[in-house]
Design a protein around this ligand. Structure first.
Ligand SMILES: C[S@@+](CC[C@H](N)C(=O)[O-])C[C@H]1O[C@@H](n2cnc3c(N)ncnc32)[C@H](O)[C@@H]1O
Length: 278
């Protein structure tokens, strides 16, 4: 069965530690498709709702990826506002710049979350979804977010905790091996459980936390879990002792369960809303 994710090999990671996945053009296109599924569209809507943006707000999106959130942010703040974004991937930045080409109150730069090219206190809100889990030095990234936020400005962070996964399968030991190998695509596969403490240490007050499940109790090709299945299938061969044959058998098992109507997938993401005290 053909894999549909990125190559995920030979990458040089951003931040203080190596992140062994490469956000190249192939993965950028795969992520864009995945982020247009109803699951991720709903997640973006939850984040936007939590941000309560107003016309004229100045917002920074750290790790813009395909730019879907950045585009929505720009619609919310309008031409009197500003949306800036950074990413370490030229392929992702190109996609974001295309998407926001007509929103000239946006600007996007190649930069790392741990070294933001912005002045102190220049933003009303900072958002980073599915990014800090890739950043080796999360504390440095949070310190940077704090620095560029104005006093009383808010930081919105969303990350996945891979400990929360429930994925029906017919070989638990194989599923365990595949998921351990997949953990290697992140610097922090379990960041949400410790993020509260890290935010407080960085000087933030936590305003609230929300859970955002990716829940696919049936298999659908245009769903989050179908997308992540392809990405995992492409990434794990040769890692953690997982062979290509084993990865193929793992993916086939899930697709067969889907066809038989016996599919079940659930994974939790967590949104943290934190304030830089006034
Ligand atoms: C899973 S994607 C999420 C994209 C986007 N935030 C979203 O939710 O749609 C992760 C993105 O973070 C970027 N990234 C990873 N490490 C980064 C770092 N240290 N600084 C800035 N961007 C980073 C990647 O290049 C990729 O575009």
């Amino acid at each position: 069965m053909a894999a549909s994710g990125g190559s995920g090999r030979g990458a040089v990671g951003p931040g203080a530690g190596p992140a062994p996945i490469e956000f190249d053009e192939e993965l950028a296109r795969h992520l864009e498709r995945m982020y247009l599924t109803p699951d991720v569209v709903a997640q973006r809507a939850r984040v936007l709702q939590a941000m309560e943006l107003r016309s004229g707000d100045r917002v920074l999106d750290i790790g813009v990826g395909p730019g879907l959130l950045a585009h929505d942010l720009a619609c919310c703040v309008g031409p009197d506002g500003r949306v800036a974004g950074v990413d370490t991937s030229p392929a992702m930045l190109a996609m974001t710049r295309d998407r926001c080409a007509e929103q000239d109150w946006t600007d996007f730069q190649l930069a790392d979350a741990t070294e933001l090219p912005f002045e102190d206190e220049g933003f009303d809100a900072v958002v980073s979804t599915q990014v800090y889990e890739y950043v080796g030095d999360v504390d440095a990234a949070l310190a940077e977010a704090w620095r560029v936020l104005r006093p009383a400005g808010r930081l919105f962070v969303l990350d996945t905790d891979w400990d929360s996964i429930v994925w029906r399968n017919r070989d638990r030991a194989r599923m365990e091996r595949v998921l351990r190998a997949w953990d290697e695509h992140l610097a922090h596969p379990h960041l949400p459980a410790v993020l509260g403490g890290r935010l407080r240490e960085a000087g933030f007050q936590i305003e609230r936390r929300e859970i955002i499940p990716m829940f696919n109790p049936e298999f659908h090709p245009h769903s989050y879990s179908a997308g992540i299945l392809g990405a995992i299938h492409a990434f794990v061969p040769g890692r953690g002792g997982v062979t290509q044959e084993e990865a193929d058998a793992w993916a086939l098992d899930l697709r067969e369960l889907g066809e038989a109507g016996d599919y079940f997938f659930s994974l939790n993401r967590y949104l943290f809303v934190a304030v830089r005290p006034a």
